[in-house]
Design a protein around this ligand. Structure first.
Ligand SMILES: O=C(O)CCC(=O)C(=O)O
Ligand SMILES: [Fe+2]
Length: 229
């Protein structure tokens, strides 16, 4: 990647990720997940990484975003009645992606040390919700399928106004109709047990950018490699 003085160098980004690994923020989040099953923290993503990822998502041409699907592999369908956002999977294509992945790795190590969840692999994508886009109430994982264990969401919207809408609503139980509302403010991080919390994304009046990711446990056996990487 070109380092033109605006984009931070990879070493700087990785230093930020490494610094974060030692930071009390992750311990606090681990404590909350242990106690409540979820954690919401403003400014939990180091600002260098949040800035770099916000720049990266804004620079992406629209053609690089695909209609999001629902379910995995063979059950993968596009259902615009359920969600209307567009996504771009994060790979190690650039310095900022690597810094984000390094931070997610530090997060995972922290959670595994504190909670013994056995988190193994991580996948994540950028999401763009245009004005009016939504993701109806859903679960990220279903009991007994040993797939997604912990969901992680980070918001990349600078100067977000509460009147813009676009909240994440996290429901504490299947019966809960009220939920907890989280504004998609810049560098706010949300983590929750994927099987335990139904949630939805309310429509916003302006563009809403985020990263959504999932940690899986290693459920491979001699017949099946799962996850594949
Ligand atoms: O963007 C959010 O607040 C949550 C997104 C979400 O629920 C998902 O992608 O599964
Ligand atoms: Fe979700």
């Amino acid at each position: 990647m070109k380092n033109d003085g605006v984009q931070p160098a990879l070493s700087e980004l990785l230093d930020a990720a490494a610094y974060e690994a030692a930071d009390h923020v992750l311990s606090g989040m681990a404590e909350e997940i242990y106690r409540d099953g979820f954690s919401v923290r403003e400014n939990a993503l180091p600002s260098t990484i949040a800035e770099a990822m916000a720049q990266a998502v804004l620079a992406k041409p629209l053609a690089d975003f695909n209609r999001a699907g629902i379910g995995r592999a063979e059950t993968h369908t596009h259902n615009e009645a359920v969600r209307s956002d567009r996504i771009h999977w994060i790979t190690s294509e650039s310095a900022e992606h690597l810094a984000w992945l390094a931070w997610a790795q530090a997060f995972k190590n922290h959670i595994n040390r504190r909670l013994y969840l056995g988190l193994f692999s991580f996948e994540s994508h950028f999401a763009h919700y245009a004005p009016g886009d939504f993701y109806k109430r859903h679960n990220d994982a279903f009991k007994g399928q040993a797939n997604r264990m912990l969901s992680l969401v980070v918001y990349l919207n600078r100067d977000w106004d509460v009147n813009n809408g676009g909240e994440l609503v996290l429901y504490k139980t299947e019966q809960d109709q009220e939920g907890i509302r989280v504004a998609p403010r810049f560098a706010t991080v949300v983590a929750f047990l994927s099987e335990e919390f139904p949630h939805e994304v309310l429509p916003a009046t302006c563009d809403r950018y985020s990263i959504a990711g999932w940690f899986r446990i290693n459920s491979s056996n001699s017949k099946k490699i799962d996850p594949p990487s």
